[in-house]
Design a binder for this molecule. Structure first.
Ligand code: NAD
Length: 358
């Protein structure tokens, strides 16, 4: 099969980590008989330098025509003082909006061989952890009506609104259920239904939709405050978790911390079509750019998720995951996950080792 992948390398370590992922994808192509075509496009700071905008129309058009998009990261010191709407990060929001990506999926995976990197007690994580947070991305309080004013006594006040409609909740429930079908067939839905009306609608809709369309899936509700506790108390109990924009934003960062390394975590954003945006969760790490020490594994995992979730290539996904596992089991580590007694390798060497194992 032929797959056309748009590559948005971006800034800082973006080009290095995308190169690592492309190396691994090419090896997967060779091994499984696929042809991956890559087209590199501009986004972020490098695009501001070349075209005066963080997201040129050509990038949008070509991403929309591609089978899927791989993104490195954007941003850096050079563009830090630009006004908000001219900054590299604006390119990211723009491409998500142009592709109508309403869900963000972030697996927080702690590999058994890296259990000691977790800030949690070894016993809690020794068998590995994988929490897949499915976050609603373009609704809720971040996009609701807001207001800032001054009352008749001269006191300043402000408000924001959390608002969700049934179709918005249904489509994110569908994404979570599809993910759970490939895994434990269990979904935990996180809300604050004991206080918020919007959460009560969330809870009712998730249950009704899942029962009607995915009867084989079990849905359990957990209140967001309890969820925040459970992630540090017993993270291994969770598999697929679905939640609103604001709760997902906070909980996915908490879950990421449990894994102990930002260089190992990938994420995807999906909408109604199979064409998604796949990226590492970390930024452009300008402090280490160009030194060949950045860990490429998060971006390699993002590419693996693309194979599984956009192209339905589950064996190819597993081949990449197993390759990473073997390289870690053989004690190879980039600087960010290095511990005494292990073998320190550069970012490009890590990608080579993983590609060799495919
Ligand atoms: P960052 O994630 O880039 O870096 C945080 C720390 O983690 C740094 O010490 C960095 O060296 C390290 N790190 C990150 N990725 C690593 C990797 N793959 N291997 C080894 N170490 C790694 O976050 P930051 O420093 O807050 O932001 C830097 C720039 O990235 C800013 O301009 C910010 O706006 C941007 N940013 C972009 C995205 C994105 O493109 N999705 C996300 C977050 C931040």
């Amino acid at each position: 099969m032929n797959y056309n992948i748009a590559v948005l390398d971006g800034d800082g370590i973006g080009p290095e980590i995308c190169a690592g992922a492309i190396k691994v994808l090419n090896k997967v192509g060779e091994k499984f008989g696929h042809n991956f075509n890559f087209e590199h496009l501009y986004i972020g700071g490098c695009s501001i330098d070349k075209f005066g905008t963080p997201l040129p129309q050509e990038t949008i058009d070509k991403c929309l025509k591609s089978d899927s998009v791989l993104l490195g990261a954007v941003g850096g010191y050079k563009w830090d003082n630009l006004p908000g709407n001219e900054r590299p990060e604006k390119g990211l929001l723009g491409i998500r909006k142009a592709m109508n990506l309403y869900s963000n999926i972030r697996p927080a995976k702690l590999w058994k061989s890296l259990a000691k990197a977790s800030p949690l007690k070894y016993d809690l994580v020794k068998n590995g952890v994988e929490i897949i947070i499915v976050r609603e991305l373009i609704g809720g309080i971040y996009f609701g009506e807001r207001y800032k004013g001054v009352d008749e006594n001269g006191v300043e006040y402000a408000w924001d609104t959390e608002k969700y409609s049934v179709p918005e909740i249904e489509r994110i429930t569908k994404i979570a259920c599809e993910m759970a079908l490939k895994r434990s067939k269990k979904v935990v839905s996180v809300d604050k239904a004991n206080v918020l009306e919007s959460s009560r609608l969330w809870r009712k809709t998730v249950h009704e939709y899942a029962a009607k369309h995915y009867p084989e899936i079990t849905v359990e509700d957990v209140l967001v405050d309890n969820m925040a506790m459970q992630i540090v108390k017993n993270p291994a109990q969770f598999d697929v978790v679905v939640t609103s924009n604001i709760f997902g934003d906070i909980l996915s960062d908490e879950a990421a911390q449990v894994t102990g390394s930002i260089g190992m975590l990938a994420s995807s954003s999906l909408g109604d079509s199979k064409c998604g945006l796949y990226e590492p969760i970390h930024g452009s790490a300008p402090d280490i750019a160009g030194k060949d020490i950045a860990n490429p594994i998060a971006t390699i995992l993002a590419a693996a998720m693309m194979l599984r979730d956009s192209f339905d290539l589950t064996d190819e996904y597993a081949a990449i995951e197993n390759a990473i596992q073997s390289v870690l089991d053989e004690n190879f580590r980039t600087a960010d996950i290095y511990e005494e007694g292990k073998i320190k390798v550069s970012g490009s060497k890590m990608a080579d080792l993983i590609a060799q194992k495919i």
